[in-house]
Design a protein around this ligand. Sequence first.
Ligand SMILES: Nc1ncnc2c1ncn2[C@@H]1O[C@H](COP(=O)(O)OP(=O)(O)OP(=O)(O)O)[C@@H](O)[C@H]1O
Ligand SMILES: [Mg+2]
Length: 481
Amino acid sequence: MKGLRILLVDDEPLMRLSMVDALETIGHDVEASASGTEGIDAIRQRPFDLVITDLRLPGADGLTVLTAAKKQSPHTEVMVITAHGSVETAVGAMKLGAFDYITKPFQMDELLLIVERVGRVVTLRRENQDLKAVLEDKFSFGGILGANNQMRAVLEKIKLVAGTDSTTLILGESGTGKELVANAIHQNSARSHYPLIKVSCAALPETLLEAELFGHEKGAFTGAVRQRRGRFELAHRGTLFLDEIGEISPVVQVKLLRVLQERQFERVGGNDRIDVDVRLVCATQKDLRKEVSQGRFREDLFYRLNVVHVVIPPLRQRQEDIMIIAEHVLKMCSSKMNKMVKGFSTAARELFLRYSFPGNVRELENMVERAVALGRDREAIQPSDLCGFQSCPFTGGLPQESCGFCSEGLTGQKREERPLTSLATAREQFEREYIVSVLERVEGSRTTASKILGLSRKTLWEKCKRYGIPSARDESGGEEE
Ligand SMILES: Nc1ncnc2c1ncn2[C@@H]1O[C@H](COP(=O)(O)OP(=O)(O)OP(=O)(O)O)[C@@H](O)[C@H]1O
Ligand SMILES: [Mg+2]
């Protein structure tokens, strides 16, 4: 913990001196004031992480000091010192936002313990701010984190696309952040003051989806007791996000094509033509070109939707982003759940880098959230916190089938289905598979792969040769012999 900037307000010179002494000895930067008024002056002049104040003071009392400190900066923590028997005032102080209180007479150790707790909160907050600043600055747009080159290109494209009115198609596997991208496009567009309306096309059967999108007139069908405006109308001047567009039926495809061509439509059961000014953003996990070639999706609609497309790569192809997102989620969850978990153990990091994340960022988020909630180690997330199964062989314990780490995640082959061999052969087999998978995921860069594997480039080259792994690309020039 770095030293805290502390203001101490107490009118008893001896108490003040001994507290200043104790706090400075353990590395804090302490300023002392002998009255409430003097304390409030100090608070106005420079920021403090912690204000320790006696409640009964000449001039302004401790509660006034507390209020002034909180008003100046809500992040300043305040600890109050109360006289024996005046717990009610202490409770009042807590209600005004004090971090904690201590009753006189007290041992210096008791005071230092509270200060240490404040220190942990302040450190976490500083780290959060640092991380946030770094991420916001460099690798983030609209809450989408990404340091990987492909992801940075995606972020740049989103920035450009947001400024236009073009229909946009977002493609990516489940959990890659398609909805997040749609949000970012809308929030950063000129339409951001108007609604962003979302429709999940897979959630509704054909007829309901039609009515949902275009609205209906009174009596259009059984149950249509009054006229209802559809999502296109609700999104007027804003953005309509059609999620899972690959699921819409041929009938709805035709209707949608017409709106895109004419910017007009009729409500179900109605004749009035309705004009809308809507920007369309669509998303799908499906390979829409394939759907077109197999006759399931209209080609003309595909071209109308695919004016601009954003392809989000799966998480396993952007190794650099795994820890950035994991750290971010960890910070968010631990402050939300009021935990002090600081990071991930080396073994946990290694597991992350070996895992293929079929559920992409959503899976990573859930994994980290569960680890923070249930983790046993207060300081760092351990491999055993990451697996939902207590007896996972990778994260500790006996073999178990259905964990991402212990079954499909690593090799696509369940461990018990493998041929029985000697340990040496199994080890070599694993080593070969693992080197191949790392090389694939770093797009063949032997320098990066050797860093991840903790090997020198020469050793990696030797291993590749021994296992017959094709020569890899290397940034620093040529193939090694
Ligand atoms: N690059 C990223 N940075 C930070 N958080 C992300 C990122 N990508 C996705 N997330 C988070 O992951 C979760 C899943 O994202 P989202 O719902 O946008 O995915 P999706 O592609 O729409 O998934 P699905 O196909 O299952 O609907 C969300 O909580 C989102 O905030
Ligand atoms: Mg989604």
